[in-house]
Design a protein around this ligand. Structure first.
Ligand SMILES: CC(C)(COP(=O)(O)OP(=O)(O)OC[C@H]1O[C@@H](n2cnc3c(N)ncnc32)[C@H](O)[C@@H]1OP(=O)(O)O)[C@@H](O)C(=O)NCCC(=O)NCCS
Length: 157
């Protein structure tokens, strides 16, 4: 993990505007990422597979520079979203965040950690492959907006 970041809990009631501002910076820089268009749309996306737990990472000035959202309490933990502020990328934070998701899956006793990513999202795919995720299947029209997603998973995290 970069030395100048700290992991924090994110409360979606008090921190949503700040989290969505980060998400908008990420969407603007990464066409492959789904644009949820509003805080309500973003909240609905995060919670679409059940209530989410969100953790954030704050940089040296306290600014939010990354986050993860996971949902699921049973056999499958879903990594709903991972993002790093464009100005903070390529410094190892994405890998830290994915490793935290794997740790959360273990702590919750999940048999599988699963996520969906755009087939053309080269940065995300390289990150996930490096952390042991394997392709499970292609999900066509995954979000109902005509775009496909690749389902990746780690079994027995
Ligand atoms: C994917 C993302 C989270 C990576 O975050 P990051 O902090 O830059 O990642 P790291 O610095 O920890 O990089 C870890 C590995 O990911 C891969 N990677 C990261 N960015 C990459 C890029 N632009 N091109 C190719 N590989 C990349 C590399 O394998 C890298 O390892 P290396 O630095 O040893 O080469 C970040 O690019 C991001 O937020 N993207 C937009 C949101 C998104 O796509 N989220 C995933 C949706 S499923």
């Amino acid at each position: 993990m970069p030395a100048d970041v700290t992991r924090v809990d994110i409360d979606l009631e008090t921190d949503l505007a700040e989290l969505y501002a980060l998400e908008q910076r990420v969407v603007a820089a990464t066409p492959a990422v789904l644009d949820t268009h509003s805080t309500d749309g973003f909240l609905a996306f995060l919670n679409a597979a059940g209530p989410v737990t969100v953790e954030g990472w704050r940089g040296p000035r306290g600014q939010l520079v990354g986050y993860l959202a996971v949902s699921g309490a049973g056999a499958v933990l879903e990594l709903r979203s991972v993002a790093v502020d464009p100005s903070f990328q390529r410094r190892g934070l994405g890998r830290t965040i994915v490793r935290r998701a794997v740790e959360l899956a273990r702590l919750r006793g999940a048999a599988r950690l699963e996520l969906a990513t755009a087939p053309g999202n080269e940065a995300a795919r390289a990150l996930y492959a490096g952390e042991g995720f394997a392709a499970v299947r292609l999900s066509t029209d995954h979000y109902g907006d005509g775009t496909d997603r690749l389902i990746l998973a780690i079994e027995h995290p």
